[in-house]
Design a protein around this ligand. Structure first.
Ligand SMILES: [Zn+2]
Length: 235
């Protein structure tokens, strides 16, 4: 299995070299997100932290901070879609760097980055977890460790099919901190989140119910506090 995974990574890298990227935003050839479309990722960069912009300003408990880089629209939406469904993994770089820029500007306190996990079955089908790729780039840019500390405890319905109350119930108890270790995580996930201030990273946030459910699981495992950031906010 590890060999197969290695081969598929090598094949993916070879394909990346063989096919120059087309911009997810405008289709122009050259980069996965071109210099004209990339600034859309920084739409909120100059905004103060927590600026509600006509949104319900409530922060889903127990999150201390909920940030995002841009509205879920235009080139940002297209880039997230390409990363998630079209296998364009190179997009994790500009998306993760945008997360780091926004967090560097307004974020407070976090010392460990943890991605929101996709369903294990979906990661198997896709070969990667898009939120983890974004989180790894963001963590590297911020100079923080990235720990894949969470896993899905049970299956959930896709959040977009549900209203606000249903979303919260759908993801409540859906996450848990992984038991045991895994490559690059020698001391175990629980040990690495205990007593730490966590920054959760996801691709898209809507109500924040998923991030809140992840935060509950992290705090139950001993995390000191949990803040969150997504590339985009959808409403
Ligand atoms: Zn473009």
């Amino acid at each position: 299995m590890a060999i197969l995974r290695g081969l598929s990574d090598a094949a993916a890298a070879a394909l990346d070299l063989a096919f120059p990227a087309a911009c997810a935003g405008c289709g122009c050839e050259g980069e996965p997100l071109c210099a004209t479309c990339r600034p859309a990722l920084d739409a909120r960069l100059a905004f103060r932290g927590g600026t509600p912009i006509g949104l319900p300003a409530d922060l889903p408990a127990p999150l201390l901070q909920l940030e995002w880089c841009a509205p879920f629209a235009g080139p940002v939406r297209a880039a997230l879609h390409e990363l998630k469904y079209a296998g364009e993994r190179r997009l994790a770089q500009p998306l993760g760097e945008a997360v780091a820029r926004r967090w560097d500007r307004v974020g407070q306190g976090a010392t460990v980055v943890v991605p929101v996990p996709v369903h294990a079955e979906r990661e198997r089908q896709r070969g990667y977890d898009q939120a983890a790729l974004i989180a790894e780039v963001a963590a590297r840019s911020l100079g923080l460790p990235c720990v894949r500390a969470l896993e899905r405890a049970r299956a959930t319905v896709a959040q977009f099919e549900l209203d606000r109350d249903e979303r919260s119930a759908n993801v409540s108890g859906a996450f848990r901190v992984r038991v045991g270790a895994r490559a690059g995580d020698a001391t175990g996930a629980a040990a690495r989140v205990a007593g730490r201030w966590i920054l959760l990273v996801d691709d898209v946030v809507t109500t924040g119910a998923t991030l809140a459910a992840c935060a509950v699981a992290l705090e139950e495992a001993g995390a000191f506090a949990v803040s969150a950031i997504a590339v985009a906010r959808e409403r």
